[in-house]
Design a protein around this ligand. Sequence first.
Ligand code: C2E
Ligand code: CA
Ligand code: CA
Ligand code: CA
Length: 271
Amino acid sequence: AKRAGRGRFRVFETGMDAALRDRRELEIDLRRASALKQFDVHYQPFVDLYTNRVIGFEALIRWDHPVRGRVSPVDFIPLAEETGLICKIGEWVLRTACATAMTWPEEMTVAVNISPVQFRSDALVQTVLSALAHSGLPAHRLEIEITEGALLENTANVLATLHALRDLGIKISMDDFGTGYSSLSYLQKFPFNKIKIDRSFVQGADEGGDSEAILKAIAGLGLSLGMAITAEGVETQEQLARIRSEQCTHVQGYFTGRPMSADSISTFLSA
Ligand code: C2E
Ligand code: CA
Ligand code: CA
Ligand code: CA
């Protein structure tokens, strides 16, 4: 009787209650996912527009939930951040990515996303050092991607962390540039090697107008500051031609390669 009652109650649940319950369930599953080996890392190539060669891959986490199927990182990374689980998950991604990159041709780099929560943790530099030592990957083959969210508070600490990473020889990319709280002064204040232009500007530029102007401006700025510029989300020949003419230095998008499993990389590279 109790079961039936609960079942009936669910029908009248408000959307809010259902969302909360869903979130709690997802959180419980997320806590278990590492132990159950439900995470995987996929890798998306980035191409140098000067040589037209693949020069590295971005590591992107995948979660295969036993019931929900594949859950997008867009949906579970925020939850992992709120619960602090991101530090453990992020460390696992970093170690996995460094170890995988050791199986690639020697000059190729791997880029790893670091959440603002992870970035602010005291353990970050130590964690990175340990992943490098453990895998044997030379520091110059590792890139770290951070978003503006990592730069908002405590400039002194942020600078100290960025310089510590740079001193090790690690490259640092400003991810999703142009979205969120973007401030041009960040590019001057913090030691980035690369700017990644968010795909909304790349794809929006198809219609001309503001997105195209912003794309042009960011690329021009990066160029004059001596930074590499990656255009994200390039899906078509036309978009590739445009970002080339805007003097972007690198491209990443479905057109040049979708994220793929570690096992598919050698086939992809020899194709
Ligand atoms: P991001 O760092 O901006 O990564 C690029 C996202 O764009 C990836 O989505 C990628 O699959 C997608 N993408 C690449 N090329 C194209 C394209 O041509 N068209 C379209 N429509 N999409 C494209 P994904 O893998 O779903 O990841 C989403 C976001 O989740 C990432 O955005 C990043 O913010 C976060 N994320 C993924 N893996 C990790 C991780 O290991 N750690 C952390 N902290 N965040 C991660
Ligand atoms: Ca990224
Ligand atoms: Ca991005
Ligand atoms: Ca993004």
